[in-house]
Design a protein around this ligand. Structure first.
Ligand code: ARG
Length: 655
């Protein structure tokens, strides 16, 4: 039984007749923050003060008098200004826990109204090295995909790869002029990535060259603005607005200086390298010519199409290697190119219906509240990311009957998605619920976007390898001195290191509220104590280990007895957490936030640790209590394993 929803249903009944719409007040009943206040707490009496015109404590008393809870709870208590505290009857907890023992779904009933979700995640731009932003999307999307499926929804995962964008013109240009045949034979994707970086670097060199005077001018202007602002502020030191303006001018100058310095650094990198410099001199038009290659590809040029056909399978196979390490399989990988044939029709349709209009030669949709229009065809005739996304929505609704589309994409694209959703509403897609599941940036210890020492946006493959190397050290340290340690072969240790390393990366990402930026730290990520995958994986191994140690047959135990005895506080706390698995998963999908599941699992691992310390299991003399405690260990192990699995994280029984 899901006690939280049952209590909410009862509260709703109690409020019916008192208020017009109980729903918002019912949502204020939540698991208690502190066990000393009971198991659940409702603070709605305070919010109802203005509605019912009574002191909150009186309202709380009124609500309690209308509640019928005798079967589930001890009599509710009113505390402080009007909190209502609920404590479940212990036998109710025991019964609910017992029901999990033979339940494969561990108390998680399939949803009564399944919906069709399209989850759009990962979406790297192929042939460019994938970076940690795409890692976040991959990890968050994968978790949501698995949780929604487990809850009984129909889920279609679609990897909207960038396989048609401007980078292809750059790669084609690079391939035609700079390719190293031997390198291409040996590792085509690596060579394509090199070509991409090279063309990008040479293009930047020339573009920045023309921009330098403007960048220098903005530093001069910003310096003058700052001098002026500081002079004015000094005259009136008490004026906060002037002080603020001076600080802003200071920041503006810093940004202008940074931008100039970064441009100069990029120029110098080419100038200091004679080989690069001579390539740059030989290709002064490289940026335009690369764009022209993209345009030719889009216009159906046979040579470029042949090259594209040759590159794409190799790039996708490379991506696949990465996904295999996360045990991730997409239902579809319909990249941008897939929608190319539909784009002209999308623009035509929007023009005809008056939703899009021409402006300076471009075709635009003007969305209220946005300064910039949503451009669906540029003045030069090129279609955009926006056009492709519109075609993609139409496809997903028509072909897959999507009820909900989740876009797991970097927060920096939020404007794009707001405009996309607004445009879709104008078109009349009002049955599909579209959500931008946005996320923040991964930062290095210096609080700037995470980069490798070389300054490149980090390559994912090497990041995963590094995680496994770090994990191997931890795993070795842990098994040294353990009785079974010596039994683990090098390949078994590698296997555990893989599970700990990859799990660590995934968990470190998911345990943050997805909106926030976070600092990437190996040390925190793989710590054996604290809110990490490693800690939970070890808790699993410990809970599971009891059975291996004594060769106890779990299956016969589950069949023999289903009696959970709760006499100790630690047993009660653990059992209460075990029966909250469904609630945690429902919390995740309310606003697509996987950290609710990591929080749940972390608490479960902690509750288990306390239980295990305080309550003897194998040494317990009373056979009934011993069995009950073994069953609690078994349930803990099962839920930890299932929960981690839903996050994309594996476990090992011996670590
Ligand atoms: N390829 C895009 C990028 O790297 C992400 C695609 C997200 N999905 C979408 N339907 N726009 O930024």
């Amino acid at each position: 039984m899901n006690f939280l929803s049952e209590l909410r249903a009862r509260l709703s009944q109690a409020l019916t007749g008192l208020v017009d719409d109980p729903a918002p007040y019912v949502g204020m009943l939540k698991p208690a923050q502190d066990a000393k206040f009971g198991d659940f707490q409702a603070n709605c009496a305070m919010s109802l003060k203005g509605v019912l015109n009574k002191p909150p404590r009186d309202i709380a008393t009124l609500i309690v008098s209308r509640l019928s809870l005798d079967d589930l709870c001890e009599p509710p208590e009113i505390a402080g200004p009007g909190f209502i505290n609920f404590r479940l009857k212990t036998d109710q907890i025991a019964t609910a826990t017992q029901q999990l023992i033979r339940d494969d779904r561990l108390g998680v009933a399939p949803v009564t109204e399944p919906r069709t979700y399209v989850v759009d995640f990962s979406g790297p731009n192929v042939a460019k090295p994938m970076h940690v932003g795409h890692l976040r999307s991959t990890v968050i999307g994968h978790a949501l995909d698995k949780i929604l499926r487990f809850l009984g929804h129909t889920v279609i995962s679609d990897n909207h790869v960038g396989d048609w964008g401007t980078q292809f013109g750059m790669i084609i240009y690079g391939y035609k002029h700079f390719r190293d045949d031997a390198a291409y034979q040996a590792d085509p994707v690596r060579e394509l990535a090199r070509l991409y970086r090279l063309v990008n670097q040479l293009g930047d060199y020339h573009t920045l060259g023309t921009e330098l005077p403007a960048l220098e001018a903005s530093v001069t202007t910003a310096t003058r603005t700052l001098e002026l602002a500081q002079a004015t502020a000094t005259k009136k030191p008490e004026d906060k607005d002037l002080a603020r303006a001076a600080r802003k001018a200071q920041n503006d100058l810093k940004s202008a200086q940074d931008e100039l310095a970064s441009a100069q650094k990029k120029r110098q990198a080419v100038e200091n390298d004679p080989a690069l410099k001579s390539l740059a001199d030989a290709h002064p038009q490289i940026a335009e010519l690369a764009r022209a290659e993209t345009a030719k590809l889009h216009a159906g040029d046979a040579e470029n199409q042949t090259l594209w056909d040759q590159f794409i399978p190799q790039c996708l196979a490379e991506l696949q290697k990465m996904y295999a390490r996360f045990d991730l399989k997409f239902d579809h990988t319909l990249g941008e190119s897939h929608f190319n044939p539909l784009l002209a029709g999308v623009v035509e349709d929007l023009l005809q219906r008056g939703i899009a209009t021409e402006s300076d030669g471009a075709i635009c949709v003007f969305v209220d509240g946005f300064a910039a229009p949503f451009i669906i065809r540029k003045a030069n005739g090129a279609y955009t990311y926006a056009t492709t996304d519109l075609a993609t929505v139409q496809y997903r609704v028509k072909e897959w009957q999507a009820d909900v589309i989740l876009y797991v994409v970097d927060a920096r694209q939020s404007e794009h998605f707001q405009q996309l959703f607004a445009t879709c509403r104008k078109i009349g897609f009002d049955t599909v619920d579209m959500r931008h599941v946005s996320f923040g940036t991964v930062l290095g210890e210096d609080n700037r976007a995470f980069k490798t020492r070389s300054g490149d946006t980090i390559g994912l493959e090497s990041l995963l390898d590094e995680a496994i190397d770090h994990a191997r050290i931890i795993v070795r340290k842990n098994i040294d001195g353990k009785v079974h340690g010596a039994d683990l072969s090098a390949s078994e240790i590698d296997e555990i290191a893989k599970v700990v390393g990859i799990g660590g990366i995934i968990y470190a990402d998911l345990h943050h509220n997805r909106d926030s930026d976070y600092v990437f730290s190996w040390e925190k990520m793989l710590a054996k104590t604290g809110d990490t995958a490693t800690y939970i994986q070890y808790a699993y191994a410990r809970a599971q280990g009891i059975f291996n140690k004594q060769s106890i047959d779990i299956n016969s135990l589950r069949c023999q007895s289903q009696n959970i005895h709760i006499s100790r506080l630690e047993e009660r706390t653990l059992a209460l957490q075990l029966i909250g698995f469904q609630s945690a998963l429902l919390d995740v999908v309310t606003d697509y936030r996987p950290h609710y599941l990591t929080q749940y699992l972390f608490k479960l691992a902690n509750d288990f640790a306390t239980f295990y310390e305080e309550c003897p299991v194998l040494k317990e003399a009373d056979a009934g209590i011993r069995q009950s405690r073994l069953l609690l260990c078994d349930l803990t192990a099962r839920i930890l394993k299932k929960g981690l699995e839903l996050l994309g994280i594996e476990v090992r029984e011996i670590m």
